[in-house]
Ligand binder design. Structure first.
Ligand code: NDP
Length: 485
């Protein structure tokens, strides 16, 4: 099966598609049917070397351009992404299985936002002047050099742009490796950046499994690594980057708490819990999968939730009416089924879902467990699927302590009408991103990232600039210079 928007080769290096079929094949599977829709090849060591050399070769000239010139190219790429949103969304749906209803508003559009935002910011990046009597220091904000981006499979277009846009705005070049599960979308991002005027070698994409990622991370000519992935992978990549004293950004996993007080608007709280557990079939890093519900509204919450889940339209992801699609792969579906089995075995009460859906593809029912306790596996480990754990609570201080009792610190949310309590909770959460009466917003204007084991550094917003540039201090003496001898 060939789709109109499919990339034409495995890699995009030095401004063109490059094929090398001697690398191991990677079949691209459409999660809604299990069909193989494309085949790419993993990068060989020669392809890795070629990509890093292309990025290195392009970097000095890219950095030498003015910020206005670089920004114009990024903003042009944003316009192309928006103009081709339909085709790119179809490709994202084939790559990930996420419903078109989602991909048409959350993927190429979010990538375009990042390119537009950092494109606009490129010309504003400056150092500062520091007066020291008659002498002075000025700082230059300089690029880091060659950046490597490594992506997870849940948001392939968005991740390629969230990493590429700030990196390129600061004058870096990039080699991006998508997850081997979703290799297609990042190639389109590279193609569009090139079409928008990015010189050859500024943004390159190569395919491969973890070994290709590892080869990039340990490459001597790479200056920075930005990973979106799980905590175990993050540990490995962080350690490998440390060996070369490379800069890192780590966007890792989570097991985020969502706390619903008895004064919350129940409909809104259920909306937050749905957005924080079932969007993208639950394959979102910041999901609020530990839902602590005050015992006085537990019944109302679960009743409303079950009713609303009954309205999910599960089916063909290409149908614009479909609001819930398959898991990304058979492997991920099996992992999630394993957690559902553990939830049952450890005594959680299954409120709804729990089974595979009887149709082609990797569909699981939206699943809710109630009466979950903090020690259960489904309350402690990241599941990365459509499984919500509902836990009871009564006391604010107690629930905050329980919410924070985890190695993760990506996100946290609270639903309450009490303004003081909402901000008290936000201040108390050990998490990089907090939500009050909402969940899972991620506009490019706001910093996004985790604390504790969930990450290092921030993506999006002005904060990302700090992670893709470095300051050089230049000391200037106006008078004579004294020395001891
Ligand atoms: P993985 O950690 O399995 O993989 C992430 C990427 O790292 C993939 O491209 C993978 O390649 C690559 N990789 C694996 N091993 C190495 C290695 N030793 N060196 C370099 N690269 C390597 O994550 P998933 O793809 O399964 O994605 C799900 C995870 O991502 C979840 O934990 C989720 O929470 C997290 N995530 C975090 C986000 C955030 O912003 N904080 C956002 C989205 C997801 P390959 O898979 O091809 O083998």
């Amino acid at each position: 099966m060939t789709y109109p928007t499919q990339p034409t080769a495995s890699h995009f290096i030095g401004g063109q598609y490059v094929e090398d079929t001697s690398g191991p094949p990677i079949d691209v599977i459409y999660p809604a049917t299990g069909e193989v829709i494309a085949r790419v090849h993993s990068a060989t060591p020669a392809i890795v070397a070629q990509a890093v050399a292309a990025a290195r070769g392009a970097q000095a000239a890219w950095q030498a351009m003015t910020g206005t010139e670089r920004g114009r190219i990024l903003r042009r790429a944003a316009d192309i992404l928006r103009a081709r949103n339909h085709d790119l969304s179809v490709l994202e749906t084939y790559d990930t299985g996420k419903p078109y209803q989602e991909t048409s508003v959350a993927d190429a559009t979010s990538g375009a936002d990042a390119l537009e935002y950092f494109g606009g910011m490129a010309a504003t990046l400056t150092g500062e002047h520091i007066q020291l009597g008659e002498d002075w220091v000025y700082t230059r904000r300089e690029a880091l050099g060659v950046c490597v981006g490594i992506g997870a499979w849940n948001y392939p277009t968005q991740i390629a742009c969230w990493k590429g846009a700030p990196a390129l705005a600061c004058g870096n070049t990039m080699v991006f490796k998508p997850s081997e599960t979703t290799p297609l979308c990042a190639l389109k991002v590279a193609e569009i950046l090139h079409e928008a005027g990015a010189p050859a070698g500024v943004y390159n994409v190569i395919q491969g499994l973890g070994d290709v990622g590892a080869a990039l991370v340990s490459h001597d000519d790479v200056d920075k690594v930005s990973l979106t992935g799980s905590v175990p992978t993050g540990r490995k990549v962080y350690a490998a980057a440390a060996a070369g004293v490379k800069h890192v950004t780590m966007e890792l996993g989570g097991k985020s708490p969502l706390i619903i007080f008895d004064d919350a608007d129940v409909e809104n709280a259920v909306s937050g819990a749905i957005l924080g557990n079932f969007y993208s079939s639950g394959q979102v890093c910041s999901n609020g999968t530990r839902v602590y519900v005050h015992k006085d509204i537990k019944h109302a919450f679960l009743t409303c939730l079950s009713e609303r889940l009954g309205k999910a339209v599960i089916g063909d992801p290409m149908d614009p009416e479909t609001s819930f699609g398959p898991m990304v792969s058979a492997a991920q579906m099996e992992i999630v089924q394993g957690y559902i089995a553990k939830g049952k075995a450890e005594g959680a009460r299954l409120v709804c879902g729990g089974d595979r859906i009887d149709r082609a593809g990797y569909y699981l029912q939206p699943t809710v467990f109630a009466d979950v306790t903090d020690d259960m596996t489904i309350a402690r480990e990241e599941i990365f699927g459509p499984v919500m754990a509902v836990l009871d609570f009564e006391d604010e201080a107690d629930v905050l302590a329980r919410a924070n009792d985890t190695e993760f610190g990506l996100a946290a949310g609270v639903f309450t009408r009490d303004l003081s309590r909402a901000h008290r909770m936000a201040a108390g959460f050990e998490a990089g991103t907090c939500y009050i009466n909402t969940y899972n917003d991620s506009p490019v204007e706001a910093p996004f990232g985790g604390s504790k084991q969930s990450g290092v550094g921030r993506e999006n917003s002005k904060a990302a600039i700090e992670h893709y540039s470095q300051l050089k201090s230049v000391y200037v003496r106006m008078g004579n210079l004294e020395a001891p001898f």
